[in-house]
Design a protein around this ligand. Structure first.
Ligand code: BTN
Length: 265
């Protein structure tokens, strides 16, 4: 299997090459943490590794990051926007990830259909293939930057390894092919960059229809664990700032900005 290689990734980046500084590692604690610890420089910093020893997921979870099989990629950049408008960011990033993956599967085959579980789990047949963790970097006398960490299961053979509690899958499981991760990383950076530019210019509304097309939760009866407790009801899509709309049994609408969702059916 191809190892990570900067010039190979760069050959798929075309016009973005001059903006990007790469940090590639064989092994690292966490690509997100590495970028958070870097000084601010102009342009975009990307960190990828063959393996993470302390890969982080949302809600303080661990992200399973075995050597040489998958994509562990973090992107650090400055966003020219007020943070209040950034609540839709993780949704837009997931749309960029799904668009990247669509280049590698047969999208006209319903059996290969990918969906997003709000806010950013990419699922295939309800098994998790990808997730993202967005963190802020703030320091005195510095513009706030974001670190967008994306984990995608690419070449892992899910039959050979088990993960406690979480049904998961990989691109390999869908297509039965092994992939050169350098190509996928190049395309991923391209899509994330251009999605973010459109998000900054047009806002989340620009992505509304695309979100509807891949919204795994829409119309489903679900539970959401929030800091204030658990709420159950029917998911009704997202609002204009990317919050999940949930209609409870008393027909009261809740707009949730974060939480862990569970499907009941
Ligand atoms: C989740 O779904 O819980 C988010 C998973 C995010 C994993 C990625 S892998 C690259 C980056 N580095 C980390 O430590 N985490 C993110």
């Amino acid at each position: 299997m191809e190892r990570l290689n900067e010039s190979s990734i760069r050959s798929h980046l075309q016009d973005l090459n001059h903006l990007i500084t790469f940090h590639l590692f064989d092994t690292i604690h966490s690509t997100n943490q590495f970028l958070k610890d870097q000084p601010q420089i102009s342009g975009i910093q990307i960190c990828c590794a063959e393996e993470q020893t302390q890969g982080r997921g949302r809600f303080g979870r661990t992200w399973h990051s075995p050597q040489g099989e998958n994509i562990y990629c973090s992107i650090r950049l400055k966003l020219d926007n007020e943070l209040s408008k950034l609540s839709g960011l993780s949704l837009v990033v997931s749309l960029a990830v799904i668009e990247t993956l669509h280049e590698f599967i047969n999208t006209s085959n319903p059996a290969e259909r990918l969906m997003i579980k709000w806010p950013n789990d990419i699922l295939w047949h309800r098994k998790k293939m990808s997730g993202c963790l967005i963190e802020l970097v703030t320091a005195p006398q510095m513009n706030t930057e974001v670190v967008i960490g994306i984990g995608i299961n690419i070449n892992s053979n899910t039959q050979l390894s088990t993960l406690l509690n979480t049904p998961w899958c990989s691109l390999f499981e869908i297509t039965n092919q092994l992939y050169d991760r350098n190509i996928i990383i190049g395309r991923l950076i391209h899509h994330v960059y251009y999605h973010l530019r459109q998000f900054i210019t047009h806002g989340l509304v620009y992505f509304a229809q695309r979100w509807k097309n891949v919204d795994q939760l829409d119309g489903q009866f679900i539970s959401v664990s929030t800091p204030a407790g658990k709420i159950s009801g029917y998911a009704k899509g997202i609002d204009e700032i990317g919050q999940l709309i949930l209609m409870d049994n008393n027909n009261i609408q809740h707009h949730l900005s974060s939480g862990e969702t569970t499907l009941h059916t």
